[in-house]
Design a protein around this ligand. Structure first.
Ligand SMILES: C=CC1=C(C)c2cc3[nH]c(cc4nc(cc5[nH]c(cc1n2)c(C)c5CCC(=O)O)C(CCC(=O)O)=C4C)c(C)c3C=C
Ligand code: FE2
Length: 492
């Protein structure tokens, strides 16, 4: 171990290092001996921290990539290390003098198994073709996190889903037909996954990125199978919804947890879940960039009303089930507006909720109603910002760009603009990569591999009886004219 002079901020490292000898394409992991080195000269990124505290920095574990030149000397090292409750990423330059790496470690043979990091992106999924619309809707409405029935009536879930999906399909099909005959979600999510993998590599983290859709291909179960096949040793779960809702990230996470409970591999896999990330600076700044650009397209940008439109959820989710979605949405909008103010943009803004379905009360105010009101009040320029989702989908391309635009122009609004979804915007993807890297050290195993779910032991006869009576009851319920029209037509 290197001797460190008293009073000099120094750094103690232990854990695993990954090293590459003579530019070999393979990284191999080796447990490093604890060693200490001068924090300021060896780790410029840590210098500030340690200078402030004048304390040695203790790195609890380190995932460390290093390269060695032909003679085996350390030349450069990139590392990701959790330090106390923070996570640091950086590059450091070593010489054998500055840091006491064991020569034997440097020369150990390659090929020993190494950490295989996986990132699982969660998304909703959408029908690839018009033919897929009804079965996609069935999957959606069969989710107890989308139609929340009292426990006693859970047996009605699937017959109800069958009926509602059939009623809703014609209206949904019209929407998907208007945007090219299917949802673009799969393509965009795949592109985001690819971009994220590259961004992670640029930050020296080699990871496999998987896509798990909740209601259509590639299904969550398919992604889980791939992760197991690839023998991933650490997993970060990243929903592609900035704000958490029981109906979106919550539903996917619940499904994953039920799959993981039944599988010993997943029960012992260290997993880190990023539940929401709407408050991340990189995300806020990326949206603000797109807004600033779109505003410049208006002839009088300062007169434009900024209209945040978020996907709604039924009111009962927030009021009865404690869904944090509304609070997170409002905080997110405040952060975006603060960011714009710091850039000298102080337009009026408003938030409303779109895409309600069915007969229940949804979060208010409703987007369509607010658009009409703004028109009546004499607002002439409107810029819509879709804020609950990060890719283009039916509700941006059809509902906002076609239905709401038409409504706005009819209501007296003359200038219309819509901020594009973030998609693969590089600053945004880079921030997602940072979120993954920051989450990695918090990966921990789930408690037990034992299946505690009751679903496994369903009696088939009892199930058939329930389905039969359930279907009859569902038909009676849904044939009431009010419920029928609420699902059949969009409420706008
Ligand atoms: C944050 C985003 C979303 C929330 C919250 C959400 C809740 C929610 N959605 C429905 C019903 C439908 N959603 C549909 C499609 C759809 N919804 C979202 C996002 C959120 N949903 C996305 C990204 C999509 C996919 C769009 C695509 O391009 O394919 C649909 C189908 C389309 C339609 O018929 O309108 C329905 C129905 C409920 C009931 C709900 C909360 C309980
Ligand atoms: Fe939805």
């Amino acid at each position: 171990m290197e001797a460190v002079g008293s009073g000099v901020p120094h750094l103690k490292l232990s854990g695993f290092c990954h090293q590459r000898i003579n530019n070999s394409p393979e990284w191999s992991p080796h447990r490093m001996r604890a060693f200490t080195c001068n924090a300021i000269s060896s780790f410029p990124y840590l210098g500030e921290d340690s200078q402030r505290s004048k304390q040695p920095l203790e790195i609890v574990s380190v995932s460390h990539h290093a390269s060695a030149d032909r003679s085996g000397n350390f030349t450069e090292s990139s590392f990701q290390a959790p330090i106390k409750n923070r996570h640091l990423v950086g590059k450091a330059f070593f010489s054998n003098k500055a840091c006491a790496f064991d020569e034997k470690i440097m020369r150990m043979p390659l090929g020993i198994s190494q950490e295989r990091v996986g990132v699982l992106l969660l998304n909703l999924g959408g029908p690839d073709t018009l033919h897929d619309v009804q079965p996609f809707l069935f999957n959606l409405f069969a989710d107890p996190d989308i139609i929340r029935l009292p426990r006693l009536f859970r047996f009605l879930q699937r017959p109800l889903a069958q009926l509602i999906s059939m009623l809703r399909a014609p209206k949904s099909k019209e929407g998907y037909a208007a945007i090219g005959g299917g949802s673009p979600l799969r393509r965009i999510t795949d592109e985001q996954a690819h971009a994220l993998k590259i961004a992670l590599e640029e930050k020296n983290l080699h990871a496999n990125v998987y896509v798990a859709m909740r209601y259509w291909h590639p299904y969550t179960e398919d992604a889980v199978r791939l992760i197991k096949k690839d023998n991933i040793t650490k997993l970060v779960i990243l929903p592609l919804y900035p704000q958490f809702s029981i109906s979106t990230s919550g539903s996917s996470i619940r499904l994953l947890q039920s799959i993981f409970r039944k599988d010993a591999y997943f029960a012992s896999l260290p997993i880190s879940i990023i539940e929401s990330w709407y408050q991340r600076e990189g995300y806020i700044k990326s949206i603000a960039d797109l807004m600033e650009k779109e505003l410049l397209g208006f002839s009088k940008p300062e007169e434009v009303m900024i209209f945040f439109s978020a996907h709604g959820v039924p009111l009962s989710y927030v009021e009865d089930a404690g869904d944090p979605y509304k609070d997170q949405m409002e905080e997110c909008i405040a952060l975006i507006m603060d960011e714009l103010k710091s850039r000298g943009i102080a337009n009026d803004h408003t938030l409303a909720y779109q895409s309600r379905v069915g007969p229940v009360r949804w979060l208010k105010p409703y987007t369509d109603e607010v658009i009409v009101e703004l028109g009546q009040k004499g607002v002439k320029s409107l810029m819509v910002v879709p804020v609950s989702f990060v890719s283009e989908h039916i509700e941006t391309l059809e509902e906002i760009d076609m239905e709401y635009k038409h409504l706005a122009l009819q209501s007296g609004i003359e200038n219309w603009g819509r901020v594009p979804a973030l998609g693969c915007t590089s600053s945004f993807i880079s921030d997602l990569a940072d979120a993954v890297i920051e989450a990695l050290p918090f990966a921990s195993t789930t408690s037990s591999a034992k299946d505690t779910s009751k679903d496994a032991d369903v009696d088939p006869v009892q199930y058939a009886i329930k389905m039969f009576f359930g279907s009859i009851l569902a038909f009676i319920l849904l044939l009431s004219p009010k419920l029928f029209s609420a699902f059949k037509n969009s409420v706008i």
